[in-house]
Design a protein around this ligand. Sequence first.
Ligand code: ADP
Ligand code: ASP
Ligand code: MG
Length: 412
Amino acid sequence: MPILVMKFGGTSVATLDRIRRATKRVGVEVAKGYDVIVIVSAMSGKTNELVNWVGETSPLYDAREYDAVVSSGENVTAGLMALTLQEMDVPARSWQGWQVPVQTTAAHASARIEAIPTDNLLGKFDEGMRVAVVAGFQGVSSEGRITTLGRGGSDTTAVAFAAAFNAERCDIYTDVDGIYTTDPRIADKARKLDRIAFEEMLELASLGAKVLQTRSVELAMRYKVRLRVLSSFEEQSDEAGTLVCDEEDVMENRPVSGIAYSRDEAKMTLVSVADRPGIAAAIFGPLAEASVNVDMIIQNIADDGRTDMTFSCPTDQVLRAETALNAAKDRGELNFRGLVADTDVAKISAVGIGMRSQSGVAAKMFETLSNEGINIKVIATSEIKISVLVDRKYMELAVQSLHDAFELEKLG
Ligand code: ADP
Ligand code: ASP
Ligand code: MG
């Protein structure tokens, strides 16, 4: 029988009632003749609670134990969903990551899926099971320890299963009815897109649009998975939601397709470092070793052989970054006068494949922000995106004014 992957995010399984509602959607697809692999998230808020418990217990925690704790939310939902399906007389069974097994690297808290053997589940489908409910976000390393895939990782579990089982489609059920030109929660004028290109979604996701985890889009692109995002709260047709697809299949030609933002950015400045060959390596080497994800970097013009080096990283990695840089200083590998962390910034990005062929997008972006009196602190560009760092208090205003300036309400 053809296989369908259906993923339900945290808000879609937040209560027993919602689990029941999600289960009914699964029942509809089973009735159409599909064998279904359901990927579930933890109930809404659960993972945050678990993450906070870990942080309160141990600020510079052991990532193996972090994974042991935060992976547990999904286990509860998987069992409850399987029970609900059984109550509806649908033959179903729950699976934790290690049981499948979802084999991952040992990079705890940000593991990558390496393989998903299909024999176990296919064997059960052959025996009459119609739905396998798999706990998302988790796997097992070759050392036999539980791993997690990074926040939002259930999306990646879903796409990886769709690829491994050659599923007809991977449907991501969430609390919005598709992918919008920007987060509909902060811009009323956001418009739902019928289609979006993989490349654009990849940039939007990596720049903060958490509707899909970045890695899930990468995998869908690589393995040609039909990926769709739709609402778990509305009746659905086969054309509902937003399809993430190849660039050639997106009809419109637009310079900007979406605006993304990331609230969790910090700007760190090393004050007065020596301007000498090897200085960047002396700074960013220890940061990489401490697994700090450095994003934007600027080095100021040197004065008297000294310069300031500024970089951005996620807010929750500031402590790790400070520890790594101070340790390098103590070892005598690096010298700086001060280390200043500004955690009140946000990153705003405009994304669109049309930027490749249309000029003036950056100028329009800077002019729009300037008209609103918003100061730009750092700029970074690539072929299809322009990102700026601004004070966090201007985040919403920046997103809304850019949405207006690029006339995104006319899309969709
Ligand atoms: P789930 O729990 O289902 O995985 P998430 O909270 O991870 O859901 O992702 C859905 C949320 O993503 C939406 O509620 C919305 O606020 C946010 N979001 C951010 N950018 C976008 C966008 N461009 N289109 C749609 N949703 C977006
Ligand atoms: N529950 C995990 C999280 O909140 C994974 C997911 O929902 O995708 O990050
Ligand atoms: Mg999510």
